[in-house]
Design a protein. Structure first.
Length: 422
């Protein structure tokens, strides 16, 4: 996301810079054109004014001459001042001999024009650009005068005309930058998904190689232990308590064997042995199996099931393996209570494992069902991944919700239409 944001801001900054350069160049071009027109108007007006001053025209005659110059050149004002800045005549008919407004005939630019003996252009804010006033020095009959011409200020109107295409261009720039950012985001997500798939493939390949190497070394001893425990459990004179312990041992050996098979299943098609299975018995027996571990960890494990059997076609061992993985995760995550429940609505059965632990870290939540992803220092990261594959092989789904208040994981299994191959 940081890369996408940086891309968007960079593109927007570049396009904004281009638009500002276009605006500045347009303003400069307009200012240059106005300055050239104002200088041409000043040059053409200087001659008739000089002749009128040399001929000693009356104030009214000078006023008429200035009015004609103003109208012909399409100026806003035209006036003549002496060296002291007193009004000699203006196109508006103002009284001669009066001081002139500093903005109409700036003392600074008036003195500059007299000192240089050449036309000086100045802006309305006494800056050189954009030019709006021209100061033309005129010397006749031993007196020095300054012809002051003030142009209309068409620059704002010109820039208003430029505003529409500039706004359109700015809108296009923003839309283009946003489109580029969205494209970058999509590309980043595609690349990230590809990277994760590649990483997962590498992990599965590694797991497959590891599983193949350890399967023989581990499964054979497990088989011997299981056979010996089963044989002892059938011995005459075995007390009920000892027989129960041996049967629990057999169950744990089978679970260890299932863990080995979980490694193998990551790199092969998971085989299923479907049979009519009572989920009520499956849930209660799982709770009983893990009750001792829960007590040892200081966790209150509760189980809630309906009073009637809920049966469906399932691989009991696989489903039990998935459920044990989820409940053990809940017990080991630091929860105080773990609640195991079973419900059904006629269409599907729902096994829920809910705990009040700290929840799955936010940075791992999206990858929770990927192999080898775990927040536990001694975890394998296979529990959720294996459970998801088992539930999905039963045609179900495994929704997960997690926050700082706890985690809830459900097995949603269809009651009818099982299509898993045995």
């Amino acid at each position: 996301m940081a890369v996408v944001s940086a891309t968007f801001l960079a593109v927007l900054a570049i396009q904004g810079g281009v638009l500002w350069a276009m605006y500045s160049s347009s303003r400069a071009a307009v200012s240059e054109t106005l300055a050239a027109e104002l200088r041409a108007a000043a040059d053409s007006a200087a001659a008739p004014v000089a002749l009128a001053l040399e001929a000693g025209f009356t104030e009214s005659a000078l006023t008429l001459t200035l009015k004609r110059i103003r109208d012909a050149q399409r100026l806003d004002q035209a006036l003549i001042v002496d060296e002291q800045g007193m009004l000699v005549a203006d196109a508006s008919g103002s009284t001669a001999g009066m001081p002139v407004n500093a903005l109409a005939a700036s003392p600074k630019w008036r003195r500059e024009a007299l000192a240089r003996g050449d036309t000086v252009l100045a802006g309305a804010d006494l800056a050189l650009t954009p030019a709006r006033r021209a100061y033309v020095p005129i010397e006749r009959n031993g007196h020095r005068y300054v012809l002051c011409l003030e142009a209309f200020d068409p620059l704002p109107q010109v820039l208003v005309g430029l505003r529409r295409p500039l706004l359109i261009a700015a809108g296009c720039a923003i839309v283009g930058a946003a489109a580029l950012a969205i494209g970058a985001l999509v590309a980043w997500r595609v690349l990230e998904a590809s990277r994760r798939r590649l990483l997962r493939g590498e992990r599965l390949a590694t797991a497959g190689a590891l599983a193949a190497s350890i399967a023989h070394e581990v499964k054979n001893p497990l088989g011997i232990i299981l056979s010996s425990a089963q044989l002892l459990a059938t011995s005459p004179g075995m007390s009920p308590e000892d027989r129960r312990l041996l049967l629990d041992m057999c169950e744990e050996v089978r679970r260890a064997d299932d863990q080995v098979n979980a490694f193998l299943d990551l790199a092969r098609d998971m085989p299923m042995k479907m049979a009519e299975t009572d989920l009520r018995d499956l849930v209660t027996s799982t709770a009983e199996l893990l009750a001792a571990q829960a007590r040892k960890a200081g966790v209150a494990l509760s189980c809630s099931v309906p009073g009637h059997a809920i049966t469906l076609a399932a691989d009991r061992r696989r489903l039990r393996q998935a459920l044990v993985n989820i409940v053990l995760n809940a017990i080991e995550c630091g929860a105080r209570t773990v609640r195991l429940s079973l419900t059904e609505d006629g269409e599907s059965a729902r096994i829920v494992v809910a705990d009040d632990g700290p929840g799955i870290p936010e940075d791992l939540l999206e990858q929770a069902f990927e192999p080898f992803v775990t927040s536990k220092t001694n975890g394998t990261g296979l529990g959720l991944a294996t459970a998801k594959r088992i539930v999905e092989r039963h045609g179900g789904s495994i929704p997960l919700r997690s926050s700082s208040a706890g985690t809830t994981i459900a097995f949603e299994l269809p009651m009818h239409g099982q299509t898993c191959a045995s």
